[in-house]
Design a protein. Structure first.
Length: 293
């Protein structure tokens, strides 16, 4: 049996995933993975379907979620592998995140409208229901429309070399701090989530610490570790080889379990392939199990 795992993938139960939980399980089996964790953005709607599909084909599926949080005005994504997806605590957290994310998304649409872009909250909400729209999802909805193609401000996103990552390029150009459609974060506090995480049954793992919107520092990790952080996603498509080494060292320094995750979405990230990151394999799963609350 393969020792490879992918502990950070997204299904169509999230607003920016392409494949169903059952399809992801079959795909993971085809590429020879031993275990996966479907960690959708701010929802556990992939369960129990994913677990049932895994049992049918003999693939270990680890329940998880990727919560959108904030710390010192920066957005941080927290994974909770082994989460009790039916627990009252995780449902409450998700409800609070959902409310905050919808307010943020609505304001983003308003900012785009003021800039003269033809996009409406009703179409965004309908396209992403029942989930709160992500920034890249809003960008995708705008760029898929025919009229924006004539807008000179958007021409760069339709160029062949940019098309695959167009929603993310738009996000950086318009939704990042200091950009024309920037909206201050309204996410739930990361430290608060870390404090209540044991009540969810999940093991807190910080996703892609080197991501451009996080840029996690040693000082950050010292605080997060003190509040209950257990793991660090060291092996990820977000990291350069140098960043991987840097976060390997920090994981060792703070006794954090290094984990592997591709952050596979499907068509929203066509350059990311399921199971493409060859990190520390099933060893991470064993260590996370040992540290479950």
């Amino acid at each position: 049996m393969s020792d490879q795992v992918d502990l950070h993938i997204h299904s169509n139960k999230s607003s920016d995933g392409e494949f169903s939980p059952t399809e992801l399980v079959r795909m993971a089996q085809q590429v020879g993975l031993r275990a996966i964790a479907i960690a959708d953005h701010d929802t556990v709607a992939a369960y129990p379907e994913a677990l049932e599909a895994g049992e049918k084909v003999g693939l270990e599926v680890i329940p998880s979620v990727e919560l959108t949080t904030i710390y010192e005005s920066r957005e941080f994504h927290l994974l909770l592998p082994f989460v009790d997806w039916a627990s009252a605590t995780i449902r409450k957290l998700i409800a609070e995140v959902d409310l905050r994310r919808r307010g943020e998304a609505r304001e983003r649409v308003k900012r785009l409208q003021k800039l003269g872009f033809e996009i409406y909250w009703e179409e965004v909400e309908q396209a992403t229901s029942p989930f709160p729209p992500l920034g890249v999802t809003i960008a995708q909805i705008l760029l898929r429309k025919s009229k924006p193609r004539s807008d000179p401000r958007l021409q760069k996103y339709y160029r062949p070399e940019n098309r695959a990552q167009a929603p993310y390029l738009f996000y950086r150009d318009y939704f990042m701090e200091g950009k024309p459609a920037y909206v201050p974060r309204q996410n739930i506090d990361l430290l608060k989530v870390l404090e209540v995480a044991p009540q969810t049954g999940g093991v807190p793992v910080l996703a892609h610490p080197g991501a451009y919107f996080q840029q996690t520092t040693r000082e950050d990790l010292a605080v997060f570790k003190d509040k209950g952080l257990v793991g660090l996603e060291v092996y990820t498509t977000y990291h350069s080889p140098e960043e991987t080494i840097y976060y390997q060292q920090l994981a060792q320094e703070f006794d954090l379990v290094p984990t592997t995750g591709s952050d596979f979405h499907g068509y929203y990230k066509p350059h990311v392939k399921l199971g493409q990151i060859k990190g520390n394999g099933y060893e991470a799963v064993i260590k996370l199990k040992q540290r479950r609350p």
